[in-house]
Every structure is written in C-alpha cells, then in structure tokens.
Ligand binder design. Structure first.
Ligand code: NIG
Ligand code: FE
Length: 402
C-alpha cells in the first residue's frame, strides 16, 4: 500500500455540503481545519484531521511538509476547449482596438479559423496540444478537466479530438454543434451529416454532448434536434447558452434535463428564476466575459435565487485564453460577488457534479480521490484573494506528486 501524509498544514479547507450540487446557504459552507493533516492511501483520502489527532503510522509513509501552506481540493475545470491547434493572437489584436468577437465569427474567422488549424494538425499534434494544456492547467491547480471537441466539425477530426482528450486523462464532450463548417450551406444540412456520420462513434468516446445555441451559430430548433439525438445515443447534455443573446437555452436545458447551461452573460430575471427552480447547473465563465469585454453573468442573483452554479475557465484560443481557475475564483469574488467559500465550492464539488464525478472529486474527505492543491499561503482564501498570484505551490494527483 502506498501512503502519503501531508502534515502540519496551516489550514485544510473543503466544501462542507454533502449533497451536490450545492446551492443556497450550503454553497457557502466551508469546513476549515487548522493545524491539519491529510493522509492518502492507494490514491484515495484515508483521513483528514487536526495534527494532535494524527494516529501513529506503521510502515512506509511518504511525507509532505505542509507548514505555512493550505490544502484545498484539486480544482475541477468542467468547461474547456483545450484541444485545439494554432492561436488567435491576430484576432486578439484586432479586438483590442475595436473588432468584435461576433463580427470576426461572421467574417469566417473566430471558431472557424481554429477549425482550419485543428483540421490541418493531425492526431499526434492534437494529443501533444492537450497534454501541453493539461500541464498549464495543472500548474494552476486543476486536477480534473473536461475538454470539448468542436474544432474539427468533420468526422475524423472530431473523433481525433475526443481521443486526444481521453489520452490526456480529460473528460471528453462532443461539441459537434459548435459552428456550421463552410462545406455545408445550412445548419440542418450540417446536422444531417453530424448526427448520421459522427454521433455513433462520438457517443462511444464522449460522456456528454454540447451545442453553441446563439445567433450566428445554432438556434433553439437546431439545438433541440441535436441534443435529442445525442441523448438517445446515451450522452449527457450541456449547452452554451445566453452568451450574447437569450435564445431559449435555459428553457431547453430544463426541458431536456441537461447537466448544465454555460455562459449566461445575457441571462435576465426570468432565466434566473427558471434555472433556480431546476436541477440544471449554471456554469459561469467570468474569464470569457472579461476577455471579450462582455457583461458578467448575474451570478449573485442566481445564487440568491437558489440556483446551483459552477465556475470554469472556458479555456480556448478565442474567447478565453486562460487556464487558471484561481484567477477565475478572483473574478468570481471581485466581479460576480460570490464569497470565497462559494467560489471554492463552485470550482470543486459543483464542477465535479457537472462531470458526474462528485462521489470521488471535489472534497477533501475520506474515500475521495487524493487530488489536492497546496496553496502558498496560510489562509485558504488566498486562492481567490491573490489576483493572478503564484498561489498554487504543489499539486497532488491520485495520492502522488505528478
Ligand atoms: O465558450 N462561444 C462558443 N464557444 C467558445 C469559444 C470558442 C472559440 O472562440 O474558439 C466559448 O466561448
Ligand atoms: Fe465554451
């Protein structure tokens, strides 16, 4: 049995609520143990507690010195587009002086420019890209990540993207309805192809399906058609919705029992109420709103109304070239008016729920996977407090330092 003891921690902090997705007051409940230890055995957490209660341990135990540091659960990034080739630095420069994301998209740039680069890259290069991006994410404390396809939009590249995500240990989502590629003259003609030629094999690799429901991409009727076919093939459902306009994403997500609806920058009071009354998680992506200079989602209203929310980076080359969940936590506290405890739960236990992994990920408690972030601070709230700081000191994945 391999064992790892993290000892003499200034604090160990974990979301306290036990019934995810956490919402309301439970979202803000954090359990903090001062002068703490965390003991891992065979990749799982065996126990956590105060140092004074640490039992004598027989046999070999590797030790990590936690003095001056805090342990929080390994962060869970439940929304990324980490499998892509090329970059969009040219568009970034154009946007900096006034071009808009939607204008660039309508002119055949944006997502479609990454589609061209990703199609040309080949599977080996895509595997290398996801591994490189996983390294970036891990350096910021992410120990579990989801990543979407959606930059192939042809059969071979979509499947290669999904395999590359799996090869890097990510949770794969088939974003088969991200944009209409130029070889099709309508969304329906593209969906005819994607649902007949890609879905059967994508469903064998991916865990969920996702759609970009937005003007200039797919409308609610297209999204319904796509999602119903994906659900019938056994995939869980997610939606990109209310990013620029309210176009029916929340209603459709609730009706179809989706796991999440993500973005929500344009969501108004009725959408807030509908989401709060449902089991669908609202995934908030403040780095994307920041990067595009868009309004922030109505996070405080969602939480106060009782909605379950998660936080994610949306890491991608166009709308959020940002892999840092600690930065997202800072944005949550400074822009979304979430408390640090709510931000922590939103990018651990609730994000794990979106990925159907909340029984193993997102808490520091006996039986959970031994995925741990050690913060270079003696107060766990530095996770959000130190804006763009170098706050992640060390990461433990599955009971070992990778
Ligand atoms: O979540 N909005 C649609 N999809 C991504 C952006 C992808 C891209 O621009 O490459 C998003 O923002
Ligand atoms: Fe996205």
């Amino acid at each position: 049995m391999s064992r790892l003891l993290v000892r003499d921690l200034a604090q160990l902090a974990t979301p306290a609520g036990r019934d995810p997705p956490l919402r309301g007051a439970a979202l803000g409940e954090v359990e903090v143990i001062e002068d703490a230890f965390l003991l891992c055995a065979d990749g799982r957490i065996e126990s956590v507690g105060r140092m004074r209660d640490l039992p004598a341990l027989d046999g070999d135990v590797d030790e990590i010195d936690g003095r001056g540091r805090c342990a929080v659960p390994g962060l869970v990034d439940c929304h990324t587009h980490a499998c892509f080739a090329g970059d969009r630095v040219e568009e970034f420069s154009l946007r900096a002086v006034g071009a808009t994301y939607e204008e660039l998209h309508a002119a055949g740039g944006g997502i479609l420019s990454t589609v061209r680069a990703t199609r040309a890259a080949g599977e080996e290069a895509l595997r290398g890209a996801v591994e490189r991006h996983r390294g970036w994410m891990r350096a910021h404390g992410t120990t579990t990540f989801e990543a979407k396809s959606g930059y192939g939009l042809d059969r071979d590249t979509e499947l290669a993207q999904l395999r590359a995500v799996v090869a890097a240990g990510g949770v794969p989502t088939w974003l088969g309805a991200h944009a209409v590629p130029p070889e099709f003259d309508s969304a329906d003609a593209y969906l005819d192809f994607a649902l007949a030629e890609v879905l059967p094999e994508a469903a064998a690799i991916a865990e969920a399906a996702d759609v970009f429901l937005e003007r200039g991409a797919f409308d609610a009727a297209h999204a319904r058609r796509y999602l119903e076919a994906c659900a019938a093939a056994g995939l869980a459902l997610r939606l990109h919705g209310d990013q620029f306009t309210e176009a029916g994403a929340i209603g459709l997500a609730v009706e179809l029992g989706a796991r999440s609806v993500d973005h929500l920058e344009a969501t108004g009071p009725e959408g807030v109420a509908a989401l709060a009354a449902s089991d669908v998680v609202g995934v908030l992506l403040p780095a994307s709103a920041l990067f595009l200079g868009r309004p922030m989602p109505p996070a405080r209203a969602l939480v106060d109304a009782g909605a379950a929310v998660a936080l994610a980076t949306d890491f991608n080359p166009g709308s959020a070239f940002c892999e840092s969940l600690p930065l997202v936590c800072s944005l949550a506290c400074t822009q979304l008016r979430l408390a640090p405890a709510e931000a922590l739960a939103a990018c651990t236990v609730n994000a794990a729920h979106v990925l159907a992994r909340s029984n193993r990920k997102g808490r520091l408690a006996r039986g959970y996977d031994a995925d741990v972030v050690l913060l270079a601070a003696d107060d766990w709230r530095y996770l959000a407090y130190h804006l763009a700081g170098d706050v992640v000191d060390e990461v433990v994945v599955g009971g070992a330092v990778p």
